[in-house]
Design a protein around this ligand. Structure first.
Ligand SMILES: *Cc1c(COP(=O)(O)O)cnc(C)c1O
Length: 356
């Protein structure tokens, strides 16, 4: 039994050396040592997000960064593309922040179609479009580049939740002209929870400066000004910065391309395994997400009526592996497997053997 082998969709397993890096006295976030660590972290995060601009690091969860993105968005109506729980969260946040939102729903497991998005944008005018990169509730991976180009053709900003994407699947903020991309520490980046990330376009940030009610704590304009001095606006979780610095060293050592390839290989291993189980045992399992739009970091497995998720999850736990239940209406009829951060095909294969 491999104790603590976690393949949860909502929490990455953290490397022991990353955990170890947190066990020390904190340092001042205005010290030279912090500045140096901040610069080192920027060096690695630039590759994770695919940007030459600074990547803001906040002491917040992914939801906090989604709220930061909404509060800094240009004034006007928001089009929210919803294909699962996190797309829906953007709607809730935007409405709670006083924004007028039009919600466009797509089937669970599917991804928004750029053509449909284009016609919605033709029919009405929107200041921004929200989209989830890797929808952790279903395992679907959106085509960010196509959606971004559609949004820009209509003059709308594109706001992206890449909480379970960044670090595990190609993300190119600059090349794909993404306006605001947010993420969090505990998914494909492989840290304990508690840090949030945001990368923006220059244009988005200039527009944000003209928005009056951005708040204080998660104001990305302020994060930008402080990042230029290699600092955060207020006292961050310094312990998590130590962890981030250690994980960045690992990301730089492996380099981002091979890290993305390793995740892609896990997605392929999942597909092969599902096909072989169906072929060899006749058990009717499947993958919820549409072929061709599957996330390399998380898979939702659909189960046949005779297998319920809680029974499967406990049986797999007895073999030493944690996997998660399905989302919402699919909680009983599916399970979710997170194959992200430090995991390899070999480890995933062991977990799949336990599920088998
Ligand atoms: C986990 C997750 C979030 C929420 O992150 P928190 O850190 O729990 O606030 C948002 N979006 C996606 C896609 C996620 O996977």
């Amino acid at each position: 039994m491999a104790p603590g082998a976690s393949f949860l969709p909502n929490l990455a397993e953290v490397r022991p050396e990353v955990l170890q890096a947190m066990v020390r006295q904190p340092i001042s976030h205005r010290s030279a040592e912090f500045h140096e660590m901040f610069e080192n972290i920027q060096y690695g995060l630039r590759d994770v997000f695919g940007t030459e601009r600074p990547v803001y690091v906040a002491t917040a969860s992914g939801t906090g960064m989604m709220e930061a993105a909404i509060r800094c968005s240009p004034r006007g109506r928001i089009l929210s593309l919803v294909n699962g729980a996190f797309g829906e969260r953007f709607v809730k946040i935007a409405r709670a922040c006083g924004r007028e939102v039009y919600r466009h729903d797509v089937a669970l497991g599917a991804v928004p179609d750029p053509g449909e998005v284009a016609s919605l944008l033709e029919r009405d005018s929107y200041a921004a479009v929200t989209v989830v990169h890797s929808e952790t509730s279903t395992g679907a991976l959106a085509d960010l580049r196509a959606i971004a180009s559609t949004a820009h053709d209509a003059g709308a900003a594109i706001i992206v939740d890449s909480v379970s994407g960044a670090g595990g699947t190609p993300l190119r903020v600059d090349d794909w002209s993404l306006d605001c991309v947010v993420s969090a520490s505990q998914k494909a980046i492989g840290l304990p929870p508690g840090l949030g990330f945001a990368a923006t376009s220059d244009h988005f940030l200039r527009q944000a400066a003209a928005v009056n009610d951005r708040g204080v704590y998660l104001d990305l304009v302020s994060f930008d000004a402080h990042a230029r001095n290699s600092e955060t606006p207020s006292t961050p979780s310094v312990a998590l910065f130590f962890a981030l610095n250690a994980e960045i060293a690992e990301i730089v050592r492996e380099s981002i391309g091979p890290r993305w390839d390793r995740h892609e290989a896990m997605r392929v291993a999942m597909e092969r395994w599902v096909a072989s189980v169906a072929r060899e045992s006749g058990v009717g399992i499947g993958i919820l997400a549409t072929p061709g739009s599957r996330s390399p970091t998380v898979t939702a497995l659909t189960l046949p009526p005779e297998i319920r998720s809680n029974a499967l999850i406990s049986a797999v736990a007895a073999r030493g592996y944690s996997i998660g239940a399905g989302y919402g209406s699919l909680s009983e009829s599916s399970v979710r497997i997170g194959h992200m951060a430090g995991h390899t095909v070999v480890e995933l294969t062991d977990c799949l053997a336990a599920i088998g």
